[in-house]
Ligand binder design. Structure first.
Ligand code: CMX
Ligand code: CO
Length: 146
């Protein structure tokens, strides 16, 4: 069951400048940052709020580390902006399987490693009315709360 907005993924050209915009404008601080080589991104997670399933909701700021990565290609075509949305679930395998049975293309056969050791998969934007959609199971939901 999808129980929260886990994050909104925002593509940017300069992660440090974008982090500073969110800090100076809204007061949001970096909760976690990492490079995910497989996904081809340098990213910062800004924690916005906790949720009643023990998880949280974040903004995920994404800077490509390679031009031919998903975010690099998207930025070259569209410029900065909202790249994807991500729903949180306690069981990404079951939810991805159930959604695939409805005819929506799930991009990974098995979930891959996402931010903070979460397990993630994606649904094809052309099957989701133009929205690249990610499904996320946090490593430890309790660790995502203060
Ligand atoms: N949102 C909406 N539509 C998108 C999109 C996005 N983020 N990315 C691509 N598309 C659309 C394109 O506009 C294009 O549409 P048209 O044919 O109408 O022009 C179509 O999808 C194909 O796009 P493409 O540029 O040729 O790109 P690819 O097919 O090579 O890749 C996708 C698209 C979704 C398969 C790829 O981006 C992907 O695998 N994404 C999942 C991984 C990812 O995004 N990782 C980064 C985030 C990591 C994280 O969240 O942790
Ligand atoms: Co994401």
């Amino acid at each position: 069951m999808l129980t929260r907005i886990d994050h909104i993924g925002i593509a940017c050209f300069d992660l440090d400048k974008t982090v500073e915009f969110y800090r100076a404008t809204y007061g949001f601080e970096v909760f976690h940052s990492e490079v995910n080589e497989e996904q081809g991104v340098r990213e910062a997670m800004l924690r916005i709020n906790g949720t009643d399933d023990g998880g949280a909701s974040y903004l995920q700021l994404l800077e490509p580390v390679r031009e031919d990565s998903a975010v690099g290609k998207w930025l070259a075509k569209n410029g900065e902006g909202v790249h994807h949305i991500a729903f949180g679930t306690a069981d990404v395998d079951t939810d991805a399987g159930a959604i695939a049975e409805k005819g929506v293309r799930v991009l990974y056969e098995q979930p891959r490693r996402g931010s903070m050791d979460s397990r993630i998969t994606f649904l094809h934007p052309k099957d989701c009315h133009g929205v690249l959609t990610e499904l996320v199971t946090s490593a430890q939901p309790s660790a995502a709360t203060d």
